[in-house]
Each structure stands twice: as structure tokens, then as C-alpha cells.
Design a protein around this ligand. Sequence first.
Ligand code: GAR
Length: 221
Amino acid sequence: MDCILDLWPQRKLKMNSKQGILNFAVLASGRGSNLQAIIKAIKSGKIKAYLKVVISDKKEAYALEHAKQAGIPALYINPKDFHDREAFDRAVVERLHEFKIDFVVLAGYMRLLGSYFIRQYPDKILNIHPSLLPAFKGLHAMEDAFNYGVKVTGPTVHFVIDGMDEGPIILQEPVTVGPHDTFESLKEKIHQAEHRIYPEAIDLFVRGCLKVEGRKVKLFS
Ligand code: GAR
């Protein structure tokens, strides 16, 4: 069951917390169903890491409410308070450093991270995208896939690098589009798949079971 971080000394994670447990942050802009699945996986002991803070760029994001209900600090940072994207990213990173964050999980965070942010956490930022990448990048992936008429789609968890939805792929789960699926029913199936693979990917990452080799991520177990 144990994988080890020493498999990838080049990415050896700093253990910031006293107990040797990794600290992470979730960044979210929306309803936060992936955040909820992550919180559930922490509570059940599947993810053994410390979710220290949830940050949103949207005041009304329900993700902030989920965080508060779980007793997790929930911060709203208003992008309009900053003159450009990098200034905003710097403010977010500053908070991440305050919370001694080791790695970052994007869960419906609808802002592109700039290179400054990514450089702070190389191979330590995970994202979930609702299509089988590299198909249907962008903000409307589910609609685009459905309207295109694909027979199979599904979510992707990947590392974040410079470039939208482009990082090395950690996990994907195929979701079949049935003849009777509507956009709504398909969306629901994709969300359910997301809630399975995101906690799974985070657990693999936390246990040091992922090794990035160029575009490829090797999984150990
Ligand atoms: C999820 O479907 C996620 O894949 C998508 O936003 C949704 C957030 O849902 N992310 C992207 O499209 C990023 N490009 P949630 O707020 O209920 O977790």
C-alpha cells in the first residue's frame, strides 16, 4: 500500500507540518461538489493530508460555504482588487505560504494560473477537467463534447503546467454517452466520475505514488 516520495527525489516534497502530513489548499470558483468529495475522503481517512484552506475568486462560490461547514478556513480574494493577473496570483500565493501549503488542488477554479504561480508549486498543482483531455479543452468542455456527439467522454485529473488544460495526465475515467442521455444526465454522470477520481488522484499524489516523466505520469501502488 505504501508508495514513497523518494521515488522522485527531484520533486521531494517539503513536509511542512509538524506531524509530517502534507498541507494542501483547494482553490474553487463554483458550487464545490469536488471539494465536498475531497472533504469526505479526508474524513473517511482515504486522503491523509491536511486541507488547511479553501480560497475562492468568487464571493458567492458555494465552495466557501462547504469549507466553513467543515471548519476549514475559507477565504475570498477579489481579483478586482489587483491591477493584473500576476498581482492577484501573488496575493493568493502569499496566503498559501502563510498556511504553509505543500500542494494545491484546483476544483472548479475558473482562472488560468500564471507562470509565477506555477513556478511556486512545480508538479504540485492538480486540476480536474470535465473531458478526456486533450479533447475539449477550455471552459465549456462538457457542452462542447455533448454537442460534438461523442459517444465517450469523462473527466481528467492532471498536473498544471503553463498552458490551459495541458499538464501531464494522472487519471481519467471514461463515461459513456447513451442514446437517451441529455446534457443534464451526462453532466451528472461526469460529476459522479469526478468525485471518484479526484480523491483517488490526490491520495496517489499524497502517498508519493506518482512519477512525472515528461508528458507521462507513472502510477505506482
Ligand atoms: C467540474 O466539473 C470541473 O471539472 C470543472 O468545473 C466543475 C466544478 O464543479 N472544471 C473546469 O472546467 C476547469 N477547466 P464543482 O464546483 O461542483 O466541483
